[in-house]
Design a protein around this ligand. Sequence first.
Ligand code: PLP
Length: 461
Amino acid sequence: MSISNKQYTTDEIMAMDKHLIHAFADLDGLKQDGARTAITAAEGAYVTDSDGNRLLDGIGGLWCVNVGHGRQEIIRAIAEQLGQLDYYSTFYNLTHPSAALLSEKITSLAPGALNHVYFANSGSVANDSAIRILHHYFNRLGKPNKKKILSRIGAYHGSTHLAVAMTTPAYRAGWDSADELVHFLSSPYAYRRPDGMTEAEFLDFLIDELSETIEKIGADNIACFIGEPIMGAGGVIVPPDGYHARSREVCGRHDIMYISDEVVTAFGRLGHMFASQDAYGIEPDIITSAKGLTSGYQPLSATIISDKIHEVISGPDGMFLHGMTYSGHPACCAAALANIAILEEEDICGRVRRLGPVFETALKGLTDLPIVGEVRGSNFMMGIEFVKDQSSKEIFDAEARCGPRVSRHAQDRGLVVRPLAHMAVLSPPLILTEAEIQTIADTLRDSIKATADDMAREGLL
Ligand SMILES: Cc1ncc(COP(=O)(O)O)c(C=O)c1O
């Protein structure tokens, strides 16, 4: 029996759910009644919970449902693929049409010389794969010391052992990671730059720090720099104008490979299939993507590498000792092909370029609320940072749980928002209408006001 044929009550789901380990959750807090939400259905920009509440999906699943929920074209493509070929691998000399077609399609969309793609099933593994490939690349070039990775405070690159080592330390407090491999640079967090520093001076500081770090560690010991075009889970941090181009230039000059982690930003979120070149004017050596690649309908990621890297790893004795059983799974590739067809046929990138600024403006209108410090982001990737005081930018204590309170109030009013400590982030499906954009802004206004009232009552403001 298909589970969709049975309607479970919330109590039934929660009784079973106690066996499930939730990702990035306070496992103790989850033991409280009412702490968890079960989503049972989804359509367009909306999801429905197990109590029948219809909620506007302000986070697009998890920054991933770009073309919206319930798209029959993708669902049909997956079913047809499974009917034709349920599983075969892309190991050894094997392939299948969907993986071949998708590799051609993705590389035709990716910038310049990024002509080769390795498929896996998560953004974390896409980033792990990028690093393993680069370490192998430098070994083959006779540069076995080029292993260090430059990342940034605030970065989120995933949860596997290697990806989490490149992720900002706050995301792994109390957990271990391969720290020795990674050096962290400052976050390009302009809102919290040192007092008295202009944005232009802050940019110079960041680039100088990169150059000095390379000098200190030695370019011969550094494999790569990894960065998200806009940091997502770190609080939607938009770097100062020119940051990416200048960082890319410094890395290129020192033979340090540049990885653009486009797990969130690729496939439409910023109004382009890939943001690196079209939004920021750079051609990385590697782009990693996942999420919007299938709009979340199937787990799939792509590590897209340049001709230069591929030439070295595919030379004589070029054994590629890396692979997962489900790399390039036929159903995932079919989902991605159908998803990209929708993005293209409906010109979703053009739609984002038109409505993204409307979304930005609607949310920026919230800055008149006293606890809103900054509203930032680009197009359909936005964040709101809450402060005790707008002029001093004083931060709320973690115990005040400002972000979670806003999120709770929003959910009670029919909107799903992701809380992040003293922030809230939004990454809705890219098919939002102007009316839905306004609903999000209005609901957030009410939720932020309700949060401020609660906090004032509790003496936290
Ligand atoms: C920028 C970025 N990179 C990598 C990842 C990891 O992707 P996954 O959760 O699919 O492993 C994420 C996940 O949110 C992400 O935001």
